[in-house]
Ligand binder design. Structure first.
Ligand code: 5GP
Ligand code: ZN
Length: 138
């Protein structure tokens, strides 16, 4: 994708602070970090989102994220880390090239993902679940 900023970063056409690279991925600093050391895992081949990521690449992302998260703990004293994959504009995805955020976290940090706890009406959960099961079968 010629005009994709993360393709350019992943290929090294735009400079970025890089902490990890292999033949498939690059892990770089997010330009506007939630905490210092906030990383983005970028596949070198363009995929718009997790649904378009080839399975063999997808299978490598989580082990890499765990390795990077452990490094953030060791190097920066992070007490935990968030793995975040926003998928679709409605979910907050702003760059349409798959990326996984690896965000170092400390006790007292504000929650990364929050929601107002909702509830189902009587029988509603089963109906919603059935729709999802049908979609999975299709
Ligand atoms: P999203 O909201 O799509 O999950 O996250 C996109 C992330 O990319 C944001 O956290 C944003 O700060 C980061 N970002 C946007 N443009 C650039 C850039 O040019 N370089 C780097 N390193 N990060 C970027
Ligand atoms: Zn791209």
């Amino acid at each position: 994708m010629a005009d994709c900023i993360f393709c350019m970063i992943a290929k090294g056409e735009i400079p970025s602070t890089t902490v990890y690279e292999d033949e498939t991925f690059k892990a770089v600093f997010d330009i506007s970090p939630a905490n210092k050391g906030h990383l983005l895992i970028l596949p070198k081949a363009h995929a718009a989102n997790v649904c378009e990521l080839p399975e063999e690449m997808a299978a490598k992302v989580l082990p890499l994220a765990a390795k990077l998260g452990e490094a953030l703990k060791k190097a920066l004293g992070a007490e935990g880390f968030n793995l975040v994959v926003n998928t679709g504009e409605a979910a907050g995805q702003t760059v349409m090239h798959f990326h996984m955020h690896v965000i170092p976290r400390y006790k007292g940090d504000s929650p990364m993902v929050t929601w107002k706890p909702g509830a189902y009406e009587d029988g509603e959960a089963a109906k919603v679940a059935e729709k999802i099961v049908e979609a999975l079968r299709a």
